[in-house]
Every structure is written in C-alpha cells, then in structure tokens.
Design a protein around this ligand. Structure first.
Ligand code: SAJ
Length: 447
C-alpha cells in the first residue's frame, strides 16, 4: 500500500494569500492616527481581525474603549468593531510577530533644518524585524522620499536571513487621506501600490483589493513613493502660484477673487486653488522637502519646491500687513489694537492646528503690539511655541464690536458670516469666506 506523501507544506505565499482572500489574516496597523485608524476600521468592517499598534497609551486606551478620536471615522461603526472584538489596540510591539499583514502609518516629519526625519519608520521596522517570520506582508504607507522602502526598510528586514518575495513580502502604498473630505474616504479613494518583487506587488494589491474599489499596481515602490510626493508637491506649487497672484493683484489693485472665479469658468486645463494666510497641515508644507532632499543626492535642485515654500511662508506676513493697513485706514495703529482671529485650524472644518498659518499670524500680530484673541469651535485650546496654553474664546454679537479688527483665517462652515460682518467693526477676510454677504461689505477687506 503506497503511503500518502507527507503533508504538503503550503508555501508561505500561498498560505498568506489564502488568509487575505478569506479575510482571516490578522492585520496590524502601526500608527492609529488620521491615516491608520480609518484603514484599520475599513479592514475590521470587512471581517479582518485588526490590531492597532501605537506608542500613545492614551490613544490605545481610548481605542480599546471604543471611543473614536478621528473625525473621518464614524463613531458608531468604530464602537461596533471594537465591541465585536474585530479591532483592538496595544502599545506592545511584540505582538507584531503574530500579524500576517502589517501596515505602517507613522508620521514623517522634518528635522529643524527641513531634512527628512524617518526615525519613526525605522523604529517600527526594527520592531517588525525583531519578530519577522515567513508569511508576513509589510506595507509602508507613510509619505517619504523615493527609495525609502528598498534602501532603508528592506535591508533592516533582510538581516533576518528571510527572503523578500518568498518568505516575507514588502510594498509601498501612499496614504491618500484628505482630512475632513466628506466625499472621498478610505474605501473610495484609488490606491497606488508598488512591490519590491512581483510576488510582493501581488500580495499587497490583493490585500487592498479586499476593501478598496480601485487599486493601481505600479512597477516599483519608488514609483509609488514618487507618486505621493509629486501629488503633494503639485498642491504646494499651485497654492504658491495663486498666493503669488494674490500678492501681485494686491500691488496692481486687481481683485484676485474675481480673477480666480473667472479663470475657474474655463472648462479645461485649469484647476481651482485659492490664496490664503499660508499652507498648514502635516503634509503639504513638509512632504515636498522629502523630495528636494533626495533630489540633491542626484545633484538636482527642485527649484519649484523651494520657491513654493518661500511664497507660501510669505503669506502670514502679508496677512499681518493687510490687517495693519486696514487699521491704518481707520486711523488706528496695529500696536494696542484688539484683534480677534476666527479659525486657528490649518484648514476648514478640521480640528488640527499643526503648522497652521494662523499660528504665525498670531505671533506676528502680538510681536507688533496687538492684543490678540482667537475663536475656533474646533480647537478649544492649543499650546503655542512658547509653551503657553491659548484658549478659544466664546463670542457674542456684542463682543465682535469689542475688537478693532476680526481676521478670518480659517473658513469653518459653522461660522455665521452674515452675523460676523453685521457685528464687527472691521473684517479682514483671508479666505473670501464672506463672499455671500452683501450688507456691510464696506467693512470687509479681502486678500
Ligand atoms: N490651501 C490653500 N489654498 C488651496 C488649497 C489649500 O491655501 O487652494 C491650504 C489649506 O488651507 C491648508 C493647506 O493648504 O492650510 C493644505 O491644504 P490641503 O487641502 O492640501 O489639506 P491636507 O494637507 O489636509 O490634505 C492633503 C490632501 N488634500 C487634498 O488632496 C485636497 C492630499 O494632498 C493628501 O492626501 C494629504 O494632504 C496627505 O495626507 O498627504
């Protein structure tokens, strides 16, 4: 009687692929912030078991209680996946070894001299390497310079003697999260993915295809990495262009907002951007510098990036000058004037003030002797660069008139612009937020 062959060993790739296709894979998401948490919830909703890894014990505790802290995540859905034990969180990185798929969504800030700081990525990759085993898929989502995946991440993982593309799988897939965007979210935002090997690409593509409608497989991690920094450089440069047009139109006495509205009627070949008090957030002001830093290694200087940064960083100073000029026309000095800033967040309807241009405007106004308060319903308080806690003040109709100038720096949807214009003495509107207000227009100064 012929013995049956020994149990057929299923190759790590085949086993992992089956786990992904049946949604039985254990998914680890490292960094459960504005990128990681929405991804984790989407995977949990699809039936995967998901573990969120984060260095913040507070964030982990909140998550494990089902308390959502990311506005783009639905509170009830989050509570449901936590109660259903499909999502849990931990600060203990030793659990990474049990994960079949690990997605890295940690911050990629800049150093003080505007060079890439990938220390968060490296720390996590070393944690992953410590428990790396056959049958794991690792995907880097953090925005970084082209080459990071193959030049930094891969060598750390290869110290394990395991073969990439056979034992473990490595890919890059840029996050494309637009905080506060009500239309595009994790499921319906096209996803680009590049694998170190064809098997890596297939594994990562298959993973994302379980929950994302459109997944575009590209030829390498570098293409995927470059795609992301190009997208954000595109925005930084075009925002800078429209800011430069605003500076020129101010000099020429032309209404920049009329120009933008008119240009936007062109049905092709143009895309609307609007001037503002500057460029904030943790992406657009930072990510392009990852590309220019890498380019210099090839003796190439991406002039648009530096130029865009210069123009965008000019805008808070321009806003300070516009406020000073507007007060001057009321025969008031900036020094000693009382100014109310409306909106401290870096953009409309978000509760994030990182890199917000409003911070710089506040600093400049106070440096010139103005007495400044702010009101932002999304930001009850923040800590400024000097470690001082600044608190949002409530404003009644009467209180608007207590200020010599009200500066609209962030056009939150919740602001009542009719009310603001009706009650304030002088309004400097840096976002054209009062465009729909007719009564009292003589009190409004725009960029
Ligand atoms: N801004 C302007 N004028 C504009 C557009 C933006 O002054 O016409 C300012 C905003 O007020 C804000 C900054 O630029 O301070 C950045 O704005 P943003 O809309 O790019 O917002 P982010 O950084 O939260 O999100 C971007 C994503 N935004 C869009 O694609 C619309 C996208 O570029 C990235 O997915 C994301 O950064 C990221 O995480 O990289």
């Amino acid at each position: 009687m012929q013995l049956l062959p020994a149990a057929v060993q299923i190759a790590p790739a085949e086993r992992l692929r089956n786990l992904i296709l049946t949604h039985e894979a254990l998914v680890g998401v490292v960094g459960i912030g504005y990128v990681g948490l929405p991804l984790a919830v989407e995977k949990a909703k699809a039936g995967f078991n998901v573990v969120g890894f984060d260095r913040s014990a507070i964030r982990v505790a909140q998550a494990n209680q089902g308390l959502n802290y990311i506005r783009d995540v639905d509170d009830d859905i989050f509570a449901r996946v936590v109660a259903g034990k499909k999502f849990s969180a931990t600060t203990d990185m030793s659990g990474l070894g049990a994960c079949d798929v690990i997605v890295i969504c940690v911050p990629t800030p800049l150093t003080p001299n505007k060079e890439p700081d990938i220390s968060y990525i490296c720390k996590v990759v070393h944690d992953i390497a410590a428990t790396l085993r056959p049958g794991q898929l690792i995907i880097l989502e953090s925005t970084t310079y082209p080459g990071t995946t193959e030049e930094v991440v891969l060598p750390i993982l290869q110290r394990s003697e395991l073969a990439c593309g056979k034992d473990f799988f490595l890919a890059f897939s840029p996050e494309r999260v637009d905080p506060g965007n009500k239309r595009y979210h994790t499921r319906n935002t096209n996803k680009v993915v590049g694998g170190v090997t064809p098997a890596c690409l297939d594994m990562a593509g298959t993973f994302y295809e379980q929950t994302i409608t459109e997944v575009l497989r590209v030829s390498s991690p570098r293409v995927a990495e470059m795609t992301k920094v190009f997208e954000n450089t595109f925005r930084a440069v075009n925002i800078a262009l429209v800011n430069e047009m605003a500076l020129l139109c101010d000099r020429m006495g032309i209404d920049i907002w009329a120009v933008i509205d008119a240009a936007a009627t062109k049905p092709f070949g143009i895309m609307r951007f609007e001037p503002g008090p500057g460029v904030g957030g943790h992406c657009i002001p930072l990510d392009p510098h990852y590309l220019s830093w890498k380019a210099r290694q090839y003796d190439y200087y991406v002039r648009f990036i530096e130029l865009a940064a210069q123009v965008n960083q000019t805008m808070p100073y321009f806003v300070r000058d516009r406020i000073a000029k507007a007060l001057n026309q009321e025969r008031k000095a900036l020094s000693g004037s009382k100014i109310l800033i409306l909106g401290m967040a870096y953009k409309r309807d978000v509760c994030d003030w990182r890199e917000s241009p409003a911070l710089k405007v506040l600093e400049l106004l106070e440096a010139d002797g103005a007495e400044v308060r702010f009101h932002d319903p999304h930001i009850p308080s923040f800590v400024d660069d000097h470690g001082i806690v600044r608190r949002s003040i409530p404003v009644t109709d009467e209180q608007f008139a207590d200020f010599d100038c009200v500066a609209i720096l962030t056009a939150h949807s919740s602001f009542d612009y009719q009310r603001i214009v009706a009650n304030a003495k002088l309004i400097v509107d840096t976002r054209n937020a009062t465009a729909g207000v007719t009564d009292g227009r003589e009190k409004v100064v725009r960029l």
